[in-house]
Design a protein around this ligand. Structure first.
Ligand code: UFG
Length: 339
């Protein structure tokens, strides 16, 4: 069965394409390569030893997207990863975020409707919980006003999909991701941050590789075990597998609500300092780091209650923090060798 994967050349999308194909589905990639690279396609092919169809289009372009649905004819379900994702950039360029993240979803919904495709897995984020009152967060934890245009696009998308569900829209599974890290065990695909990374783990691996002088820890005065922020770091292959499970559920008609929502995290919270020390152990590298001021907009602590995904989807993560970080380091070394 054909599964359209928008953003299929991106970090999470490329890993999902691999897991889908290995689970017996036929992924079809749509990507505009605004924040992804052709090398991801070579990596996917090297892992799978098959050529996955790729459409180099912007899925906010209605005519182009129609062309994909018409050419592929029998798309069974869509996974919509394609979106901009940099929190800081979204503050500086909100229009870019609303146009792309909301615009592409609207176009996709329109074209899915035209072609009678009614199953959708959507990439949401734990950012919808804002600064939660209690931890861990369950799917019933109230959402809070987003603190960036990026976060608002995720909340808007969830609202749009719930509105659509009341009007015969697609059967939808919203996956609220926590912090994806790591890379495929083959080190053929992984995260490819453009320029200076915003996220912790690529900054760590680039520092260890000598590409950055030092990692700055954004605050150690939070009310956490060691004062640094707490996040739930999930291995990207585990996260990719959650999409396979979600697609299977939709295709089996097993969903009990028109829109279902699941946290996708490990259920463990780790501080920034714990991640650094786990990385040092896993890689054997000593990391140059310093303690700096808080980063504006950071949530002090958040991690998932992963019970619903376990009970309803039968989904549980398999990879430890140490193994996830080891895979990030292996990927960084492979990247450094190829440059
Ligand atoms: N951090 C540092 N130094 C760095 C980078 C990050 O100390 O150089 C810290 C941050 O302060 C935070 C933790 O590492 O405590 C994780 O930061 P990331 O930027 O890797 O991830 P965030 O949790 O801030 O962001 C992630 C996603 C966003 C999403 C957000 C929701 O990247 O897309 O979760 O909370 F919006």
């Amino acid at each position: 069965m054909k599964i359209l994967v928008t953003g299929g050349a991106g970090y999470i999308g490329s890993h999902a394409v691999v897991e889908l194909q290995e689970a017996g589905y036929q992924p079809v990639i749509v990507d505009n390569f605004s924040n992804s690279q052709e090398t991801a396609l070579a990596g996917i092919e090297a892992i799978l030893q098959v050529k996955v169809p790729v459409y180099r289009i912007d899925c906010a372009n209605v005519a182009a997207l129609r062309g994909v649905f018409a050419a592929e004819k029998d798309i069974a379900a869509v996974i919509h990863f394609a979106a901009h994702k940099a929190v800081g950039e979204s503050v500086a360029e909100p229009l870019k975020y609303y146009q792309n993240n909301v615009g592409s979803l609207l176009t996709l919904l329109q074209v899915m409707g035209e072609f009678g495709v009614d199953k959708l897995v959507f990439s949401s984020s734990c950012t919808v919980y804002g600064v939660p009152d209690a931890l861990p967060v369950t799917e019933a934890t109230p959402t809070q006003p987003a603190n960036s245009p990026y976060g608002r696009t995720k909340q808007m998308a969830e609202d749009i999909l719930r509105d659509m569900a009341g009007a015969n829209g697609p059967h939808t599974i919203l996956l609220r991701y926590f912090n994806p890290i790591g890379a495929h065990a083959s080190a053929r695909i992984g995260e490819l941050p453009l320029g200076v990374p915003n996220n912790l783990v690529p900054f760590i691996t680039q520092t260890a590789a000598g590409l950055r002088e030092k990692l700055m820890i954004y605050g150690t005065d939070y009310a956490t075990a060691d004062g640094s922020c707490v996040r739930d770091y999930i291995h990207v292959v585990d996260l990719a597998q959650a999409h396979v499970v979600a697609v299977r559920r939709l295709l089996a008609g097993a969903a009990t609500e028109r829109v279902e929502t699941f946290n996708v995290g490990t259920g463990r919270g780790n501080t920034v300092l714990e991640v650094i020390h786990a990385f040092e152990q896993a890689s054997g590298q000593q990391l140059n780091y310093a303690i700096g001021p808080r980063r504006p907009g950071d949530v002090p602590a958040i991690f998932a209650d992963a019970t619903k995904a376990a009970e309803v989807l039968g989904f549980e993560t398999k990879t430890s923090l140490a193994d996830s970080l080891a895979s990030s380091w292996k990927w960084q070394q492979a990247l450094s060798m190829s440059e």
